[in-house]
Design a protein around this ligand. Structure first.
Ligand code: CTP
Length: 413
């Protein structure tokens, strides 16, 4: 079926509110998204209207609240909402609504909109601890996750009725950050995000390592970690279980597990903890090739003369991962070069024994280190070559993951 696009350019979130005590927090989420220039279309269930007056959201949001499939001037409000949505966020999602999503029940405007949409869905669960831990809810949450729906689990804290425990809606900050990270990835990549990585584990490294010279000084590089974060977010959006080993704190969906490290040795140690179970490994980090042999615990003081630093090589993590790989893994490395030097990148691909190498020219002023954009050539050990012209790092990430998935499927066979 061909659907007419209803997008009007601005990033649009359908904000679904279901009937829980945390419904009032959706007002703050709406306000924060609107402040960021995001179009917010509120949809409330009848139960949500028991907790907050629809007028509050109507006054705040880009359009009046909608609640019913019937009686609206639009004869088919659910499909129109579904197609306009870049993201659907359910804040809060009750146990009942989660169950409805898991079963595909479409008996009100919100559940029908979710079913009719291809947009990424974020479900922010909030309920009493006993309900969250109930086997039926646990099972339903797993079903949603297996379909690539992003479930933001509840926090621990005070609950309705004076109780406390796990069940409290995640913080407004966390919810807004999650929506924002999806917004960045979707606007930079493609609107229709395929859920083709569900069931796969992806390990991504990001950022430049820092090798201490003394208590205050380090040897590092200009890597911002943005390309690694873009890869991790893309993999996550497509349904993968993602772990990052990173030296930098960028914007990532909360469900991406992040392990923070500083040095090449720490990055190696942490990466090896997760590498054996990963289906795809993307070494986007700019790992130092050398580190000072001796590190002073105090601050080295100026002594008038010159200072000689003796450096020793670090271990090549990528080469080690490739050497210790399982047969069905896909390993992706980067080659930071002066100019798009394909010969040098191919040599790296062969020397390190990886499946794919992403060559980028670190001298381009409009791409590479510290830039939101990149221009790369993706080379495969099977002879494949794909040039990605200057694009956002999110768009480049999407092509890298497409290429890795293709290789993974070849490996499966
Ligand atoms: N890499 C690594 N461990 C290192 C150095 C690099 O795992 N100690 C990885 C990087 O994450 C990247 C790839 O190897 O995926 C290539 O990094 P690059 O800096 O381009 O090449 P090097 O191997 O460091 O070689 P050179 O600096 O001589 O170009």
């Amino acid at each position: 079926m061909t659907c007419l696009p209803d997008r009007q350019g601005d990033f649009t979130v359908v904000l679904g509110i279901t009937g829980g005590i945390a419904a009032y927090k959706a007002v703050e989420v709406a306000r924060r998204l609107i402040d960021k220039g995001i179009v917010v279309l509120p949809v409330m269930t009848d139960e949500a209207a028991q907790f907050i007056p629809p007028l509050t959201l109507s006054a705040l949001c880009s359009e009046p609240v909608q609640s019913s499939l019937f009686g609206s001037p639009d004869p088919i409000p659910h499909t129109r909402l579904a197609r306009r949505a870049d993201v659907i966020a359910i804040v809060p999602a009750t146990a009942n609504f989660i169950a409805k999503l898991a079963c595909g029940i479409a008996d009100d405007l919100l559940s029908t909109t979710v079913l009719a949409s291809k947009a990424p869905i974020i479900v922010c669960a909030a309920m009493h601890t006993e309900m969250w831990e109930n086997a039926a809810v646990v099972q339903n949450v797993k079903v949603l996750q297996s379909r690539g729906i992003h479930v933001i689990p509840p926090d621990e804290g005070r609950l309705a009725g004076g109780d406390s425990g796990v069940g409290r809606l995640a913080t407004v900050d966390a919810i807004v950050e999650h929506i924002e990270s999806l917004a960045g990835a979707i606007e930079g990549g493609s609107h229709d995000v395929a859920r083709d990585l569900v069931g796969y584990k992806v390990l991504v490294t990001a950022g430049g390592t820092r090798e201490p010279i003394d208590a205050v000084r380090v040897i590092t590089n200009r890597s911002s970690g943005r390309q690694g974060y873009a890869v991790a977010t893309n993999a996550y959006l497509r349904g993968a279980e993602v772990t990052m080993v990173t030296t930098v704190d960028g914007v990532a969906p909360p469900d991406v597990q992040r392990v923070f490290v500083d040095t090449a040795a720490e990055m190696e140690r942490e990466t090896l903890k997760y590498s054996a179970t990963a289906d795809i490994i993307v070494m986007a980090a700019a790992v130092a090739d050398f580190r000072p042999i001796a590190q002073s615990n105090t601050k080295l003081h100026r002594s008038g003369g010159t200072l000689q630093l003796q450096l020793e090589p670090t271990s090549d993590i990528l080469a080690r991962l490739a050497k210790e790989r399982t047969p069905d893994q896909v390993i992706v490395g980067f080659a930071a070069e002066i100019g798009l030097d394909e010969e040098s990148a191919r040599n790296k691909l062969v020397a390190k024994g990886v499946d794919i190498i992403v060559l980028n020219d670190i001298t381009l002023p409009q791409a590479g280190f510290d830039s939101p954009n990149n221009e790369v050539v993706i080379l495969g050990s099977n002879g494949a070559r794909l040039k990605v012209p200057l694009s956002s790092k999110d768009a480049v990430a999407s092509v890298i993951m497409d290429t890795a998935l293709e290789r993974l499927k070849d490996t499966d066979r």
